[in-house]
Design a protein around this ligand. Structure first.
Ligand SMILES: Nc1nc2c(ncn2[C@@H]2O[C@H](COP(=O)(O)OP(=O)(O)OP(=O)(O)O)[C@@H](O)[C@H]2O)c(=O)[nH]1
Ligand SMILES: [Mg+2]
Length: 409
């Protein structure tokens, strides 16, 4: 999987684990020291009995800083695999974090069902023997079954067939070639967009609209994005433009509190989503916000078309802040497979989309739909979600995705 010798990579993983363990231990010791100092100060203050009532809390250090990072787990196969994926991308040993390891582990685990459906079976079928035209037929069936889509499958199979006509391809080489082909498919719309990694542009107002049918994970994804953004020091604001669901604003406020981001909303019944966006833009301009995240409805209370409503929101943004950088991101639930692909096609026709976010990659057997979205809807995938927690969303990385999808165990 890597261009490094895998024994070296394992050694690298061992060293990375030891370094992370040491860092975590130092961090813990630091926190214990802070706590002891705080207790000592409180004791000193208490000893001055005349001060007991007016204990000057300003002299007491603030709340104990908690470790933001996830706890380091065991040095197991998950750690080793994740560290090897990071190493293969040229990461230095002291550049990796427990969060990154944790995410890759989650992604690989999340794609397990999809993988079971075809890679495991494929490897069983192939064994160590060279690929044959029959094994390509098997691969074709397995790819279709994993919701990779007909177009992507055709592309991959015909490339493999061509290669087979030219040379003998062993099982391992076949998998390597397959990974390369799948990555090419996913990378194409990303390359075409001219933006490898979507981040807010500093010094401008960036407006990211999250759109999609109901229940796909728009609000949850927005909450996770708010966390990522504020953690990366972008001044962030949320617009609660889903005025259909009464609980939507409350749901957003919880996410806002968790990530320390304000939410602009209008609690009145049947509030106009475009009016909420209007208020949010005013607020964003006043506060010099870098990123305004807009939650939209998956269903409407009126007979208005969802697309018309989105167009109205866009019009307000264009009118009020024509200089803003607007991203319309379609949120897709991977577990919906081909149905999700249909949604993507119909949104793409009328909603002027600029990217996709794939959610619920944990525990679905249809993770392959990400390839169909790239190939058939030509949308760059910008983020992927694999869990309901605040850290369970990361910028999309095609290398990591394909490695996790085709990890052999
Ligand atoms: N397992 C898992 N669940 C997720 C993920 N993302 C969202 N969910 C869950 O999906 C459900 C629906 O999520 P919402 O964020 O409310 O979806 P929505 O698109 O905003 O829904 P509407 O506002 O009704 O259109 C919730 O129970 C979320 O916790 C994910 O990546 N993995
Ligand atoms: Mg919602």
């Amino acid at each position: 999987m890597t261009n490094t010798n895998s024994d070296n990579s394992r050694e690298w993983a061992e060293q990375a684990y030891a370094l992370l363990k040491k860092k975590q231990e130092e961090q813990k010791q630091e926190l214990i020291k802070q706590e002891e100092q705080k207790q000592e100060l409180i004791k000193q203050e208490e000893q001055k009995e005349y001060l007991i009532d007016s204990l000057n809390t300003e002299n007491v250090p603030g709340p104990i800083k908690t470790i933001d990072e996830t706890e380091l787990g065991e040095f197991d196969d998950n750690f080793t695999w994740s560290a090897m994926v990071l190493a293969a991308q040229g990461k230095e040993i002291d550049q990796i974090s427990i969060d990154e390891i944790d995410w890759l582990t989650k992604l690989r685990r999340g794609l397990e069902e999809t993988r079971k459906g075809f890679v495991t079976e494929l490897l069983d079928k192939l064994g160590d023997d060279p690929l044959t035209p029959e094994s390509l037929d098997d691969l074709e069936t397995l790819l279709i079954r994993a919701d990779v889509g007909i177009d992507s499958t055709d592309k991959v199979i015909s490339s493999l067939r061509k290669k087979l006509n030219e040379e003998v391809v062993g099982g391992e080489a076949g998998i390597k070639f397959l990974k390369k082909e799948l990555k090419l498919i996913i990378d194409k719309p990303i390359k075409n967009s001219g933006i490898d990694l979507l981040v807010p542009q500093k010094g401008k107002l960036n407006v990211w609209l999250l759109v999609g049918v109901n229940g796909v994970g728009k609000t949850t994804t927005l909450g996770k994005l708010a966390y990522l953004s504020s953690r990366s020091n972008y001044k962030t604001l949320i617009a609660a433009a889903d005025t259909f669901r009464a609980a939507a604003v409350e749901q957003l406020k919880v996410w806002g509190e968790r990530s320390n981001v304000d939410v602009i909303s209008n609690q009145s019944k049947n509030a106009d989503p475009a009016a909420v966006v209007f208020d949010a833009i005013n607020s964003a301009k006043k506060r010099n916000v870098d990123l305004l995240l807009v939650d939209t409805a998956g269903r409407l209370q009126t007979k208005n078309n969802l697309m018309d409503e989105l167009a109205k929101i866009k019009k307000i943004i264009d009118k009020k802040v024509p200089e803003a950088i607007v991203e319309s991101l379609l949120v897709l639930d991977a577990s919906q497979g081909q149905n999700g692909l249909k949604q993507a096609k119909s949104f793409a026709k009328s909603a002027n989309l600029s990217g996709a976010i794939i959610t619920k990659l944990d525990g679905t057997s249809r993770g392959g739909v990400s390839l169909a979205v790239s190939e058939e809807v030509n949308l760059p995938i910008r983020f992927i979600g694999a869990g309901e927690g605040i850290k369970d969303l990361r910028p999309f990385n095609s290398y990591e995705f394909v490695e996790a999808l085709l990890a052999d165990k």
